[in-house]
Design a binder for this molecule. Structure first.
Ligand code: ADP
Ligand code: MG
Length: 321
């Protein structure tokens, strides 16, 4: 049986790059560049809550890091370092090897370095902490939106939730639509380049992990404003646009979650600049609504008829049953 130390050495130890000291000592030693603030975020994924027990290990390695990188993107931070805390029911080396492969492929793509962690036996749980760098004054916080700002969305929402609805038997997807939605669900790509491009331009930003309405609600709440989404203007993938179940499509678009797109606000005077940044990084960005001086935290949706509907925040509640 491999020991904890064998596993760490075999699968999670690589030569330090930017870190002064990486895996193998009591602490890693990291030196942020002068003038930069450290942006730090942790996300924990628990078996049977955030992923299925039979989830493919490489995809899981990718997704666990992707959701963390998405938080750095939403802050406008450059990815730098990560730590990985792993609880595993057994030392299954095939599983660990595949997990590490998925993890490091994404880590290399975004130039983030694994500098430490913890490994223990227990119910399968994966907790990653990422650290990035951003000038404090241009970090994309949730509390900077102003009344009259446009609300923008990168890409489109709903595909991951539609893929999940397929797996749950609520809808039947085929061929390209199925492949597209499952890829969006299992291997999301964090919008890191867009987050960097929006520094100093967006007034606030959040990554859409719990559902568009809920996450925009966080910007609204922290900025003490209300937000209105124009339903007809929400971008839709082909898979979602072709979904025959209109209620399910609306649920996926507004409350689906697991999208890892950026929802952000910017002054109306910055429209052309935002569109240019989108082109620069090769992502579509769409204006989907407006911030207003209404009830703080309220998100409403103007339907196809133009009439606003008050929307409860229906994000995914991880303490829910
Ligand atoms: P300690 O007893 O000081 O907590 P550990 O024995 O837990 O140290 O870990 C030894 C070294 O391996 C430390 O540098 C730690 O950061 C690193 N490490 C442990 N688990 C992981 C992991 N899953 N990924 C990366 N580094 C890890
Ligand atoms: Mg330890």
């Amino acid at each position: 049986m491999p020991t904890e130390f064998d596993l760490i050495r075999r699968y999670f130890t690589r030569p330090a790059k930017r870190a002064l000291l990486g895996v193998g000592d009591d602490c890693a030693l990291l030196a942020p560049q002068p003038g930069m603030a450290l942006a730090v975020s942790t996300d924990m994924l628990v078996e049977n809550r955030h992923f299925f027990a039979d989830a493919e290990a490489a995809m899981l390695g990718h997704k666990c890091l992707a959701v963390n990188l998405s938080d750095l993107a939403a802050m406008g931070a450059s990815p730098r370092w990560a730590t990985l805390a792993l609880a595993l029911p057994q030392a299954d080396e095939v599983w660990i090897g595949k997990f590490a492969q998925g993890f490091f492929a994404l880590a290399d793509a975004f130039d983030i370095e694994l500098v430490g962690g913890d490994t223990t036996r227990g119910p399968r749980t994966i907790s990653i902490t990422v650290m990035g760098e951003v000038p404090a004054e241009s970090a994309l916080r949730r509390d900077g939106a102003r009344a009259g700002d446009d609300v923008w969305l990168s890409g489109s929402t709903g595909d991951a939730a539609l893929g999940l609805a397929h797996l749950a038997g609520r809808v039947k997807l085929f061929d390209l639509a199925l492949a597209h939605c499952l890829a969006r669900l299992h291997t999301p790509v964090p919008c890191v380049a867009l987050g960097l491009a929006l520094r100093g331009l967006a007034t606030s930003a959040i990554d859409v992990s719990d559902g568009l309405a809920a996450d925009l609600g966080h910007i609204a709440e922290r900025s003490a404003l209300s937000a209105e989404i124009r339903y007809a203007e929400l971008p839709r993938s082909r898979a979602l646009a072709e979904c025959a179940d209109a209620a399910l499509a609306a649920e996926c678009l507004l409350a689906g979650g697991d999208d890892y797109e950026l929802c952000f606000t910017a002054a109306a005077s910055a429209r052309a600049a935002v569109e240019q940044k989108g082109r620069d990084v090769g992502l579509t960005v769409t204006r989907i609504g407006t911030m207003a001086a209404g009830e703080p935290g309220l998100v409403s949706v103007a339907g196809a008829d133009g009439k606003p509907t008050r929307l409860e925040r229906r994000g995914y509640d991880h303490f829910g049953i």
